[in-house]
Design a protein around this ligand. Structure first.
Ligand code: NCD
Length: 335
């Protein structure tokens, strides 16, 4: 797959070569992301960062990634402050903002809107989360995190991963499953209440790849996590339920804590979460007793989001080979 000039809407678009390329460019972004050096490779370019759903890390890291490459960012958050409030169509908005920017990132509660937006845009569009559908950049930072922890990309073959929680509405686990399907002999264990299980079409997609994957589904957390190399916890997606009562039915059903990990999990298990974790006591899917544990790699994931987004901007805008030109040292105080 050619990344230059492409939209990135789904991890289903990516092949192994593209994944390898994104990871390699992400590695090269390290000195700029960690404030050792300054690159200006995107000086003059503008990102339109359009967020129509709550976000902290994805919105800020898209913007920061573009800024760290020397580009400028224009953003809008929430529908109320845009002309969509005046009845403008998504197609018109996409066409208009395309002329002001070089690339756009968008998050919206409806998948169809992001697809339509990309169709009408005349610059590349990156999906920053389209409703319950997908979150491709999160999945890429998750795979990159595993690659950095475990080793060469093909050493992820044969991985046993348990995904836990709201697998129906959680878009991160959808994109991650599609991406993992590119590897070989992955053992997926989907741990969720029946009503929130991984959608059948995603399970079918994994099987149809014919890469030797095995899928197990269960609603029992301890059973499911025992053999896992990776446990990927997710938040119950409160905002997607028909009513607060519906949400309350599932809230707090799965909570992973230090004691459980010590009693039931492999010693070197890696524990992931796309964040935000819902730390309210009634939810608490990932307990703070695990904070500081070497098994917990949630902040490696969020840190790596910057590298992955920088890599995607460089590759989609076709400047990945020029990044190291005219580099300067950072002169301000860096901790
Ligand atoms: C996720 C999302 O928005 O889908 N957050 C993120 O971008 N890291 C996960 C979530 O909200 O539960």
């Amino acid at each position: 797959m050619k990344l230059k000039g492409a939209h990135l809407l789904s991890t289903k678009q990516l092949d192994m070569e593209a994944v390898g390329q994104i990871m390699a460019v992400a590695d090269e972004m390290q000195p700029y992301a960690t404030r050792q050096k300054i690159t200006r490779v995107l000086q003059g370019a503008i990102l339109g960062n359009l967020f129509f759903e709550p976000s902290t890390r994805t919105r800020i890291s898209f913007g920061a990634a573009f800024n760290r490459l020397g580009g400028a960012v224009r953003e809008t958050a929430g529908i109320d402050m845009t002309s969509l409030k005046k009845g403008e169509s998504w197609r018109d908005t996409a066409r208009v903002v395309s002329a002001y920017t070089d690339i756009m990132t968008i998050r919206h509660p409806q998948a169809a809107v992001v697809a339509e937006f990309a169709q009408a845009a005349t610059v590349p569009v990156i999906n920053g989360g389209d409703g319950t559908n997908e979150h491709p950049t999160q999945a890429l930072q998750d795979i990159y995190t595993l690659h950095k922890k475990i080793g060469a990309l093909n050493s992820l073959d044969g991985l046993k991963i348990a995904m836990v929680g709201d697998l129906k509405f959680g878009r991160t686990v959808h994109s991650l499953s599609y991406l993992l399907a590119l590897f070989k002999n992955i053992q997926f264990c989907f741990i969720a209440p029946d009503a929130l299980q991984m959608p059948q079409e995603i399970q079918d997609y994994i099987q149809q790849k014919n890469h030797g994957h095995i899928i197990k589904t269960t609603d029992n957390l301890t059973d499911g996590v025992t053999a896992a190399d990776i446990i990927y916890m997710t938040r119950i997606q409160e905002e997607r339920f028909a009513s607060p009562q519906e949400f309350k039915k599932f809230r707090g059903q799965y909570s992973l804590n230090k004691k459980m990990v010590a009693e039931h999990c492999q010693k070197n298990v890696l524990i992931m979460h796309p964040l935000p974790r819902d730390s309210r006591p009634e939810s608490n899917e990932l307990d703070k007793s695990l904070d500081g544990s070497p098994n917990l790699i949630i902040f490696h994931q969020s840190d790596n989001g910057l590298l992955i987004r920088m890599a995607l901007f460089a590759l989609i805008l076709g400047v990945e080979k020029q990044t190291h030109r005219d580099v300067r040292a950072v002169e301000w105080h860096v901790l």
